[in-house]
Design a protein around this ligand. Structure first.
Ligand SMILES: Cc1cc2nc3c(=O)[nH]c(=O)nc-3n(C[C@H](O)[C@H](O)[C@H](O)COP(=O)(O)OP(=O)(O)OC[C@H]3O[C@@H](n4cnc5c(N)ncnc54)[C@H](O)[C@@H]3O)c2cc1C
Length: 175
């Protein structure tokens, strides 16, 4: 990372953190023993890394998903419209859980799991904030989580990219 030509530019998130960066590589000299695999094999390495990142919704993700669903199920509200939204979220969550249990979180479904989980988390954060009514405007221990939720739909490849992968690679639809 300290080689000449490596330019690291941190990106500030709306939580205030700088968790990741843009990294530019301009004619960076590399010794041949730094090769991770065959020459011109970098694309496959990059794709495998991304697939592994998305696939983390597998077994470990299943445990945190179960906890998340239990938390959602414990939420109460007098508003019947929001109650309906909550039930719809729980149904989506249980559909995801069933899919993960049946697939074992394998690579083929990593994009579907990533898409379903991060969209669910985002919608759950919005709903939870609505259920808190005016308290949702307060700056408190939930604020960072709320501000982080949109980023999860982008990190590891945005929802649109996951939909493209599912359409083209899993369903075999035309580009
Ligand atoms: C919270 C967070 C943590 C992150 N952590 C890391 C990290 O640890 N390491 C790391 O390397 N990166 C990290 N990232 C970066 C992340 O991987 C990228 O932001 C993400 O892959 C999207 O790429 P991009 O920002 O270049 O968006 P772009 O590719 O420029 O996309 C911009 C918009 O265009 C849409 N779009 C782009 N192409 C298409 C297409 N073909 N079809 C339809 N729509 C399209 C996208 O959906 C998006 O809405 C993180 C991002 C976030 C938000």
């Amino acid at each position: 990372m300290h080689a000449p030509g490596v330019d690291v530019r941190p990106l500030k998130q709306m939580t205030g953190d700088e968790e990741f960066c843009e990294v530019f590589l301009d004619d960076v000299p590399m010794p041949t023993d730094a090769m991770l695999g065959p020459e011109y094999g970098g694309w496959l390495v990059a794709m495998q890394v991304l697939q592994d990142e998305r696939g983390s919704s597998g077994t470990a993700g299943l445990i945190s998903l179960e906890r998340r669903l239990a938390h959602l199920a414990s939420l109460k509200g007098d508003d019947r419209v929001l109650g309906d939204e909550l039930v719809r979220l729980l149904v989506r969550g249980h559909a995801l859980k069933t899919m993960l249990m049946r697939s074992g979180g394998g690579p083929a479904l990593s994009s579907a799991a990533k898409l379903m989980r991060t969209e669910l988390e985002f919608d759950a954060e919005i709903l939870e904030n609505k259920l808190r009514d005016a308290n949702g405007l307060l700056l408190d221990e939930r604020t960072e989580r709320f501000l982080y939720a949109p980023g999860m739909k982008i990190a590891g490849g945005s929802s649109e990219i996951q939909r493209n992968i599912i359409a083209e690679r899993i369903l075999g639809l035309p580009r």
